[in-house]
Every structure is written in C-alpha cells, then in structure tokens.
Design a binder for this molecule. Structure first.
Ligand code: AMP
Length: 282
C-alpha cells in the first residue's frame, strides 16, 4: 500500500488504471479511521481491482467556530488499518494542494442542503460537495461508498451525482455501531467518561421510536416528541434537533406515508461534542 499526497500525481496514476480497464473503488474519509470506515472499505474491496481511501480533513466544510483544528489526525495508525483491510492507495493531500491560492469554485446542490444539518451548519454541504467532486475528479472511481450514519450527506451527494451526470455509482453502507448502540464516529474520542456512558441513549431513543412507528403510530409529531421525551431525561446531553423528514429532507408534519428519515443531533454538555444519528422509518 502506498500513501500519495500530490493530487496531480495521484490523478495521473488513476488515469493509467482506468486506461487498463481496472475497476476503482473509493471511500472518502477525514481519517481517524474506525470500524465504520473499515466496513466501508471492506464493502468496496469485494468489488474493485484498485481500492482507494482518501484522508483529508476538509477545511471548507467546517465553520470557523467548529473543530477543524482539534479534529483527530492519525495518518500513521490509519495507514496500518487501511493496509490490513487491503487498501491499495491512500490519497492524503494537503489543504494547500486542494485549495491553492486563487481557488474560487463551489459546488452547491440547492434546497436539500439548506435543511437539517444544512440549517444547523450553514455552508457545510457546499464544502462537502465541492471536495467530493474534486476527489471524484482526482480518484476517477467507478463507485464510491458512503455511510448511512451521515444520511443527509448521502442524499446530497446522490443529488449532485444525478444533477451533474457524474459517472460514479454510489453505495450507501449501514451505520456501524459500538456494542452499546452508539454510532461510531471519529468525534467520539472527545467524549468524557460520563458523556460516553450516556451517549447510547441517542440510539436507544431512535430504536424506541422505530418500535412506536412499527406498532402503527405514524404521526411525525408523536414520533418526534417520543424521542425528545427520552432525551429529556439525559444529564450530559442536550437535544439540538429531532426531525422527521422525507428523503428530500423536507419536514413531515402530519402522518408518515412515504419513506421517512428520523434524524437527531445531540450536543454533550461537558466536551460540547456534536453527536448525530438517524434511523429510516420504513
Ligand atoms: P468521516 O471520516 O466522518 O467524514 O466519514 C467518512 C465516511 O465514513 C462517510 O461516508 C461517513 O458517513 C462514513 N461513516 C462514518 N462513521 C460511520 C459509521 N459509524 N458507520 C458507517 N459509516 C460511517
């Protein structure tokens, strides 16, 4: 396995692989790899000749008040984990090489990016789609694997791929969880002991709401307040939002009659960590 930093060098190699007819699978990440990322890589490994993982903490998708500087960067350890799962190439560019002086383009995917995470983190999805399109153009993958953990991100990228006729197949992999249900995240390392102990409540709330839904209760308002009531009992978590939306991320106000997404964001009270999770109501 090799780690390549230079975008032009990397793109040249990928052009060569494509010319040879090799199938390229791609898993974009911000590094600090955990079992969730590794599951995505394993999924890709099974159906490609060349497996690429990118590791890039993308400054464009962080607001000035967010955790860009303290985001964990563990390239050596990441490389060891990637090699163990059969990754062929890690693409790990510098921010300066991705966004050289004079960089001025933005990919923006419209209304879907203004709701949920887009409302809570203005400009976040423009940063995501801009970097993902750049990465697609450098890596030239046949397919790319994203996680259901970032459900809206997956929907936004699908929007971009459809809107812009991007010839990359998208695969969405289920959320990988700790044994107590907490969704794995590179940000979980920020949690204090008390926060970590309470954090599984986030997923418990979602599963309990799913049961209420499966029992025939289809009122979006009732599902939301069911989750909010469970989270209200927490000592170390405050609820940022609980939302029931359709797959365009539009709020559902009445009965749930289509495929719906129950999304939640909680912020921990000591370390201020933002934890996101979701479940499909189908
Ligand atoms: P990140 O490094 O957090 O930007 O995530 C890179 C990719 O891994 C994204 O497609 C995420 O949705 C996915 N991912 C992150 N955490 C998980 C998880 N616990 N289970 C499945 N996929 C995940």
């Amino acid at each position: 396995m090799e780690i390549v930093h230079d975008p032009k060098d990397f793109q040249k190699r990928m052009m060569q692989f494509r010319a040879e007819g090799k199938a390229i699978g791609f898993v974009p990440t911000m590094g600090a790899l955990h079992a969730g990322h590794i599951a995505l890589a394993e999924r890709a490994r099974a159906s490609c000749d060349i497996l690429v993982v990118s590791i890039f903490v993308n400054p464009l998708q962080f607001a000035p008040s967010e955790d860009l500087d303290k985001y964990p960067r563990t390239l050596g350890e990441d490389a060891r984990k990637a090699e163990a799962v059969g990754v062929d190439l890690i693409f790990s560019p510098s921010p300066r090489d991705m966004y050289p002086a004079g960089f001025g383009s933005t990919v923006s995917c419209g209304a879907i990016t203004t709701r949920l995470e887009g409302a809570a983190r203005p400009g976040h999805f423009d940063g995501v789609t801009t970097v993902v399109l750049k990465l697609f153009n450098i890596v030239l993958p046949n397919f790319a694997v994203f996680g259901q953990k970032d459900a809206q991100q997956a929907l936004v990228i699908r929007r971009m791929v459809e809107d812009l006729n991007i010839p990359v197949e998208l695969i969405i992999h289920p959320t990988v969880r700790e044994s107590d249900g907490l969704a794995m995240s590179s940000r979980n390392v920020y949690l204090t002991k008390e926060e970590r102990e309470e954090a599984p409540l986030i997923n418990k709330g979602l599963r309990s709401a799913y049961k209420v839904f499966c029992d025939g209760n289809c009122s979006a308002r009732k599902i939301r307040s069911h989750v909010e009531d469970i989270y209200a009992a927490a000592s170390f978590l405050s609820t940022e939002y609980v939302a029931v939306t359709d797959t365009f991320c539009n709020d559902i106000s009445g009965e749930i009659s289509c495929e719906a997404l129950l999304s939640v964001v909680c912020r921990t009270k000591i370390s201020g960590t933002r934890l996101i999770d979701n479940i499909l109501l189908v």
